[in-house]
Design a protein around this ligand. Structure first.
Ligand SMILES: Nc1ncnc2c1ncn2[C@@H]1O[C@H](COP(=O)(O)OP(=O)(O)OP(=O)(O)O)[C@@H](O)[C@H]1O
Ligand SMILES: [Mg+2]
Length: 335
């Protein structure tokens, strides 16, 4: 069962370099959230701060009453066992087989017997589609396989909070679509709270219940997916449109002169943004328990949201109500 993660006023810098300031958000229990943001905005630093591997100077990260920033190290260590973290670079041990890599957290954190470890590891290997590759070394398999091995390792301790750092990086579009479906299926099976960091617009559009974006040392926004998907904040619109025009430059921030020149000679306006439906669990999977909780939560806060988001949310739920009550049209019955 998923656990809520509450982030309050989190501020992190390295020496004189400020990474982000005053980040506050709540990852709702069992829901899937995505964090977007250009390279270098501190998304990986954010994930590592949630699990207590990096220490922000200010703020709190509350999980079951434990503050992952300020609690005694022993409590942080215990709470960390609730997490599964899929690292951006896989972070596999090069000299260990995939099997041993994936078994590592079980051998490190539990006293399970080797036969039990084998059962769990092989189950996870099957879930991520790596059966047959368990004896290989990380150097002997493709980047996409290493990513999936990293995901399998993140899953062996039955995590209630799953953090994925760019699960799509280095994957082709088809593999990325499989990963998207896999993440939704995992959520249906585990009811775990999930946070996915990604640049991938297809994942952003189809996977999460909630979405946020980091830019210029701040959290631009975080909330139901419809808020970000309908936002006309320039930085959000530029990112979702994958355009050069806008506040994001090659090295993060554009200078004022470039922005002024763009304003004088605007390029073709972005087309209307369409909200595509969220992925459903694959046939045979249990329904996602977060769906009903999310619906209640979002409809409860709808009056506080911008008008475009409000109507998008009403559309979403009107459509799902129709799908639930109307019989499917017979095949070939025409329009
Ligand atoms: N341990 C560290 N010590 C010092 N600086 C660091 C450390 N870790 C990260 N940084 C700096 O923090 C900034 C944010 O890094 P981070 O890896 O979080 O970016 P990101 O948003 O994940 O980028 P990308 O999308 O490219 O993965 C970078 O400028 C990086 O150099
Ligand atoms: Mg990163």
């Amino acid at each position: 069962m998923g656990i809520e993660v509450v982030v309050e006023g989190l501020t992190k810098s390295f020496g004189k370099q400020s990474i982000w300031r005053d980040v506050s958000l709540t990852l709702p229990a069992g829901e899937v959230s995505v964090m977007l943001g250009p390279s270098g905005t501190g998304k990986t630093v954010f994930l590592k701060s949630l699990i207590g591997l990096l220490k922000p100077e200010k703020g709190r990260v509350l999980i079951n009453g434990v503050d992952m920033v300020n609690s005694p190290e022993r409590d942080i260590y215990e709470t960390r066992k609730l997490f599964g973290l899929m690292f951006q670079d896989g972070a596999l041990f090069g000299s260990m087989s995939l099997f041993d890599n994936i078994a590592f957290p079980l051998r490190e954190h539990t006293r399970k017997k080797e036969s039990e470890i084998r059962r769990i590891v092989m189950e996870r290997i099957e879930v991520v589609g790596l059966l047959g590759a368990e004896g290989k070394l990380p150097g002997e398999i493709s980047g996409g396989m290493r990513k999936r091995a990293g995901l399998a390792r993140a899953l062996v301790l039955d995590p209630q909070i799953i953090l994925c750092d760019e699960p799509d990086s280095g994957l082709d579009p088809v593999r990325t679509a499989y990963i998207s479906q896999l993440l939704i299926d995992l959520n249906a099976q585990l009811d775990a709270t999930m946070l996915i960091v990604t640049h991938n617009l297809d994942i952003a559009a189809t996977v999460p219940d909630n979405m946020g974006m980091l830019f210029l040392r701040e959290l631009v926004t975080f909330g139901p997916r419809e808020v970000l998907l309908t936002s006309d904040e320039p930085v959000v619109a530029q990112f979702l449109g994958g355009r050069r025009e806008g506040p994001i430059g090659m090295s993060e921030e554009k200078d004022a002169a470039t922005l002024a020149a763009e304003a004088v000679a605007p390029s073709a306006p972005a087309g209307p943004r369409v909200i595509v439906p969220q992925l459903e669990p694959s046939p045979g999977m249990p329904p996602r328990r977060a769906v009903a909780r999310r619906r209640e939560r979002v409809l409860g806060m709808i009056d506080t949201l911008p008008p475009a988001a409000r109507s998008a949310i009403r559309d979403t739920y009107a459509r799902s109500a129709e799908a639930a009550t109307l019989p499917m049209p017979a095949a070939g019955s025409g329009a």
